[in-house]
Design a protein around this ligand. Structure first.
Ligand SMILES: Cc1ncc(COP(=O)(O)O)c(C=O)c1O
Length: 399
């Protein structure tokens, strides 16, 4: 008998989540009584709006919700998602073209699993959210990074994409607003990229989970809205987690052409079946109920965004483009590397993040979690006072 691995190669090659690692370290320091301020979390600090919580309370009392429901989601919710998709992404879909998933994360996994055969290449604008590489690798795909730095607001161009395209390229991943950078593609650039993808017969997986969190009057234009002919080869990923402060409820979805969505629904029927009916009913209220609380959260994020960008840019060696969406800033900190701070000389952003945590008691996520070294991700989804205190600590450390 040949030697067998105790844990399969496929699963043991999955990288540990760097964001969770930072979070765990920050929590451990806090447990020791150290006053750590954390910019590491990827979730709103607000509670879920009360109308949504009430809808869930009602759902708990209703026996209709106690049994299995269709794996692809409750018909009412799929209908509401179709309405939202037309409103915000300009794409007409029927409810049968929607699969409700256990968070946007499951939609990301299922989208790659549905489209990729071994060796198929995916163009991944870099920096990227940490889950994409693992989802692509698990599906047997090959990730091809296309890097855009702070000098281009972390937005890739058609020329860069074209330089990375090969005969094996099957999918373009498109994320706007982006995690980790908060960048939003201007309408003209979305259109240009969409036309290019269409011309080359590529599929697009567009992660629109931060679609409703944009600032300065900017709208995140969906790639299928900009180039409607892409609709037959585009899967949209979305969810309620970020807009409605519902990360723990685990409701996301994917929409797209009928064949791809039917295949993904089939996969999900064996993997996890329906998302909790209680959470689905809460999500239905989120999408169809009053939207005032969401607007208040967005305004708070906007205020914090302006504070953190201004304060970070007051540090010599830090360059922070002003993000137009999501709730992250992504400063280029290469100007701080190779210099000595408190007796330590960080050479990478990983070392810098460690130094900041140790000496300023501030948690940030190093660029290595999202692509190349030289950057930090700070989430500004935390209270205004804490937010300001944290950047003041950085200003003192790097004075
Ligand atoms: C870009 C992006 N897509 C998808 C998700 C998935 O969110 P959830 O699974 O909580 O709905 C996240 C969460 O951090 C994200 O940042």
């Amino acid at each position: 008998m040949t030697a067998q691995q105790r844990i399969s190669r496929r699963i043991s090659s999955i990288a540990e989540s760097a964001t969770l690692k930072v979070d765990a370290k920050a929590k451990a320091l806090r447990a020791q009584g150290r006053p750590v301020i954390s910019y590491a979390a990827g979730e709103p600090d607000f509670v879920t709006p009360s109308n949504i919580v009430e809808a869930a309370l009602e759902a708990v009392q209703d026996p209709r919700n106690y049994r299995y429901t269709p794996a692809a989601g409750l018909p009412e919710l799929r209908e509401a998602i179709a309405v939202k998709t037309l409103r915000d992404s300009g794409l007409q879909v029927s409810p049968s073209q929607v699969v409700v998933t256990n968070g946007g994360k499951q939609a990301v996994y299922q989208a790659f699993a549905t489209l990729l055969d071994p060796g198929d290449e995916v163009l991944v604008p870099t920096p990227y959210w940490t889950t994409y590489p693992e989802a692509i690798a698990l599906a047997g795909g090959r990730q091809v990074d296309v890097f855009a730095g702070a000098d281009q607001d972390y937005l890739v161009t058609v020329d860069q994409l074209e330089a990375a395209r090969t005969e094996r390229t099957k999918v373009l991943l498109f994320v706007s607003p982006s995690n980790p950078t908060g960048s939003v593609y201007p309408a003209a650039q979305v259109e240009e990229i969409g036309h290019w993808a269409d011309e080359h017969g590529l599929w697009v997986i567009a992660d629109e989970i931060y679609q409703n969190l944009t600032y300065d009057g900017v709208r995140a234009v969906s790639i299928v809205d900009a180039v409607p002919s892409l609709a037959d080869r585009t899967i949209l990923v979305n969810g309620v987690a970020k807009t409605y402060a519902m990360t723990g409820w685990r409701v996301g979805w994917m929409t797209g052409p009928a064949d791809a969505i039917a295949a993904a629904a089939n996969l999900q029927s064996h993997l996890s079946s329906n998302v909790s009916n209680i959470s689905q009913r809460a999500a239905l209220e989120a999408l169809t109920g009053p939207q005032e609380a969401e607007e208040q959260m967005r305004l708070a994020f906007d205020r914090r965004r302006r504070t953190i960008v201004a304060e970070l840019n007051a540090i010599d060696g830090v360059r922070t483009p002003t993000p137009l969406g999501a709730f992250y800033v992504y400063p280029d900190v290469s100007g701080l590397l190779g210099r000595t701070w408190g007796g330590v000389t960080p050479r990478t952003s990983l070392e810098l993040a460690d130094l900041i945590l140790e000496q300023a008691e501030v948690a940030t996520v190093p660029g290595e979690a999202f692509g190349p070294s030289g950057y930090l991700r700070l989430s500004y989804a935390l209270g205004d006072d804490e937010l300001l205190e944290g950047v003041r600590r950085l200003q003192r450390l790097f004075a």
